[in-house]
Ligand binder design. Structure first.
Ligand code: NAD
Ligand code: TYD
Length: 353
C-alpha cells in the first residue's frame, strides 16, 4: 500500500513522513515543489529508504500529479503543501493564491479523476486528507470560548483567507462529487525542522546569535501551541478513523502570550547554553512594529477529536518546548543549511538592519 503526501519536505509534512516511515511499512510518495520552505536535509535519514519516493513538483501540475497517481495507486492523498507564513502573505499574497487556492483546486481535480476510475472497493477505502489551520476562524477576544468546528470562518490575513478558500473547495468536492475527504484545522505547531522565519525557531536562533528577539506590538497576542509530533499523530488518527466530510480541530490546550513563549525559550537557553557574559537571554527582547491586521488570540477546542477518535496530545508545552530548544542546539548543521542567502534576504526585508 502507498500514500501520497504533498509538502513533505516542509516542517509538518517532513515530520509526518519521518514518523510515518518509522512506524509503518507503507510506501510514501512525497511530492514537494521545494520552495524556500522545503528542505531535503529534513529527509536526509531517508536517502536509502526504498519506501520513500521523493518527487519535486507542484501540486497544481495536473499532468505530473495524474501520472503519479496512476503509477503509484495511493490509497490516500494527504495535502500539507502550502505557502504558510502570514508575514510573507502580507508582503506578497500572489504565491498564496497560486498554491493554496489554485494548487488545491488542481490537486482536487487530479485526485477526483483518479478516484472516479478506481474499482468500487478501492474507491470506498480512498481518502483525501486536507491539512489546514485554526487561522481560518479569525480572531478571539480574551473571554470568547475556543474555536469549535462549527465556528464561522472569518479569515483576516491573505494566508488565512487562502487556506479558508482551500477548505471550502475541499468541502465542495465532497458534497458535489462525493470525494471522500477529511479536513483538520490545527493550532500553531512547533518542534524539530521548523523553518526559522516563524516565532519559536527565530527566537532560538537569534538568541544564540546575540541578535534582538523581535516582539510584535505588545507581545500579548495569544496562540495555542501544539508540538508537531502531536499534530502528526492526530492526522494519522483522522486518516484511520475520521468520518468522511468531517472537519476536526486539533490543539494542545496550551494558550500562551507571545512574550511568555519568548521568556520560556530564554529561560531554557539560560539553563542549557548560558551566555558567555552571564547575562540572561531575555535582555535581547526588543519590541518592534506590530504586524498589520494581527490576530489577537487563537484557541482550539479539540474535544471532538478526543471524544470521537480518542486523540490526545502527548506533550505539554513545557516538555515540548524543552525538546525543541534542545533539538536546535543539537542540530546546527540543519540550521546552517536553511539559513542561506534567501533566508537572510527575508530577515532584512522583514526586520531591517
Ligand atoms: P512549510 O511552509 O514549512 O512547508 C510547506 C511545504 O510545501 C514546503 O516543503 C514547500 O516546498 C511545499 N510547497 C509549497 N508550495 C508547493 C506547491 N505548489 N506544490 C508542492 N509543494 C509545495 O509549512 P508547514 O508549517 O509545514 O505547514 C504545512 C501545512 O500545515 C500547511 O498547509 C499549513 O497551512 C498547515 N498548518 C500549519 C501550521 C503551523 O503552525 N506551521 C498550523 C496549522 C496548519
Ligand atoms: P508565527 O510563528 O508567524 O505564526 P502565526 O502568525 O501563524 O500565528 O507567529 C506567532 C506569533 O508570534 C504571532 O502572534 C506573531 C508573533 N511574532 C512576533 O512577535 N515576532 C516575530 O518575529 C514573529 C515571526 C512572530
Amino acid at each position: 500500500m502507498t500514500i501520497l503526501v504533498t509538502g513533505g519536505a516542509g516542517f509538518i509534512g517532513g515530520n509526518f513522513v519521518l514518523d510515518w516511515l518509522a512506524a509503518h511499512d507503507e510506501t510514501v510518495v512525497n511530492l514537494d515543489k521545494l520552495t524556500y520552505a522545503g528542505n531535503l536535509q529534513t529527509l536526509a535519514s531517508l536517502r536509502d529508504n526504498p519506501r520513500h519516493v521523493f518527487v519535486q513538483g507542484d501540486i497544481g501540475d495536473r499532468e505530473l500529479v495524474a501520472n503519479l497517481l496512476v503509477q503509484y495507486q495511493p490509497r490516500a492523498v494527504l495535502n500539507f503543501a502550502a505557502e504558510s507564513h502570514v508575514d510573507r502573505s502580507i508582503h506578497g499574497p500572489g504565491d498564496f493564491i497560486h498554491t493554496n487556492v489554485l494548487g488545491t483546486f488542481n490537486l482536487l481535480e487530479s485526485v477526483r479523476a483518479y478516484w472516479t476510475a478506481l474499482p468500487a472497493e478501492e474507491q470506498q477505502a480512498f481518502r483525501f486528507l486536507h491539512v489546514s489551520t485554526d487561522e481560518v476562524y479569525g480572531t478571539l477576544s480574551p473571554a470568547d470560548p475556543p474555536f469549535a468546528e462549527d465556528n464561522r470562518y472569518e479569515p483576516n490575513s491573505p494566508y488565512s483567507a487562502s487556506k479558508a478558500a482551500s477548505d471550502h473547495l475541499v468541502r465542495a468536492w465532497h458534497h458535489t462529487y462525493g470525494l471522500p475527504v477529511l479536513t483538520t484545522n490545527c493550532s500553531n505547531n512547533y518542534g524539530p525542522y521548523h523553518f526559522p522565519e516563524k516565532l519559536i525557531p527565530l527566537v532560538i536562533l537569534n538568541a544564540l546569535a546575540g541578535k534582538p528577539l523581535p516582539i510584535y506590538g505588545d507581545g500579548q497576542q495569544v496562540r495555542d501551541w501544539l508540538y508537531v509530533k502531536d499534530h502528526c499523530s492526530a492526522i494519522r488518527r483522522v486518516l484511520e478513523a475520521g468520518q468522511l466530510g468531517e472537519t476536526y480541530n486539533v490543539g494542545g490546550w496550551n494558550e500562551k502570550a507571545n512574550l511568555d513563549v519568548v521568556r520560556s525559550i530564554c529561560a531554557l537557553l539560560d539553563e542549557l547554553r548560558p551566555r558567555a557574559d552571564g547575562q540572561p537571554y531575555a535582555s535581547q527582547i526588543t519590541y518592534v512594529q506590530d504586524r498589520p491586521g494581527h490576530d489577537r488570540r487563537y484557541a482550539i477546542d479539540a474535544r471532538k477529536l478526543q471524544r470521537e477518535l480518542g486523540w490526545k496530545p502527548a506533550e505539554t508545552f513545557d516538555s515540548g518546548i524543552r525538546k525543541t530548544v534542545q533539538w536546535y542546539l543539537d542540530n546546527q548543521a540543519w540550521v546552517a543549511g536553511v539559513t542561506s542567502g534567501s533566508y537572510r534576504d527575508w530577515l532584512s526585508q522583514q526586520y531591517g538592519a
